[in-house]
Design a protein around this ligand. Structure first.
Ligand SMILES: CC(C)(COP(=O)(O)OP(=O)(O)OC[C@H]1O[C@@H](n2cnc3c(N)ncnc32)[C@H](O)[C@@H]1OP(=O)(O)O)[C@@H](O)C(=O)NCCC(=O)NCCS
Length: 192
């Protein structure tokens, strides 16, 4: 399995590099891989670990449950416009999903909506950073120019990570939500 230290993902990082092991900032070694059809039950189990606050922040409302049928839809990836990565830990019967990141390209496929969720016991270990950077590399390679993400205005954890990656924030009028737009294409004025 390929092993990359954090922040040195190859610029053309893509499905060919998966699965891989990454070392997070805090030294935690985890496996990053594409979500697959057989992950539907593990995804449903991961969903059930989410607190009410995590659900509100991730979805903007309180979904009642993730049925196996819906989980199967979420792992059936249309590779022409989507990517979904999981971070897993443990081996064999104890293996579990501890973080998921995905993007869905919209409209003319120059933008993609990105979403991240990390297990509450694994926050602040750099997992969202790993997922965002891996997804960004995959999206760039497909010609996607920006990520967008929506959440509640007080989601400082999410805002902080996107702002650190060049994201700009705008309020969504008439709601308590915000949208972050994170450019992916290299800035032509960089270095000038
Ligand atoms: C937002 C979320 C994905 C961040 O996951 P994470 O793995 O903890 O993030 P990382 O460890 O990669 O941290 C990246 C940066 O995010 C910011 N951050 C993360 N948690 C934070 C916290 N509790 N307080 C302040 N900043 C925080 C920091 O800038 C951090 O960098 P730093 O450690 O150098 O300060 C996680 O909190 C989560 O799953 N939240 C619920 C779902 C959600 O809000 N998803 C986003 C909307 S789609």
């Amino acid at each position: 399995m390929l092993r990359f230290p954090l922040l040195t993902l190859p610029s053309q990082f893509g499905p060919k590099d998966l699965p891989c092991e990454l070392r997070t900032r805090s030294g935690y070694v985890c496996t990053v891989r594409a979500l697959q059809k057989r992950d539907a039950p593990a995804l449903a189990v991961f969903f059930r670990t989410h607190s009410r606050e995590t659900l509100l922040r991730r979805y903007g409302y309180l979904p009642s449950d993730l049925t196996l049928e819906r989980a199967a839809d979420l792992v059936a990836i249309d590779e022409t416009r989507q990517a979904a990565l999981a971070i897993t830990e443990g081996r064999g019967a104890t293996k579990r999903i501890v973080a998921v990141g995905r993007f869905n390209a919209v409209d003319d496929r120059r933008s993609a909506e990105v979403a991240l969720v990390v297990h509450e016991e694994r926050r602040r270990t750099g997992m969202a950073t790993v997922l965002l950077e891996a997804l960004a590399a995959m999206a760039r390679a497909r010609g996607i120019e920006r990520f967008t993400a929506q959440t509640l205005a007080d989601n400082f954890e999410m805002l902080s990570i996107f702002i650190k990656h060049g994201g700009r924030v705008r309020t969504i009028e008439g709601t308590d939500g915000i949208e972050v737009v994170m450019p992916l294409a290299p800035d032509p004025s960089a270095g000038s």
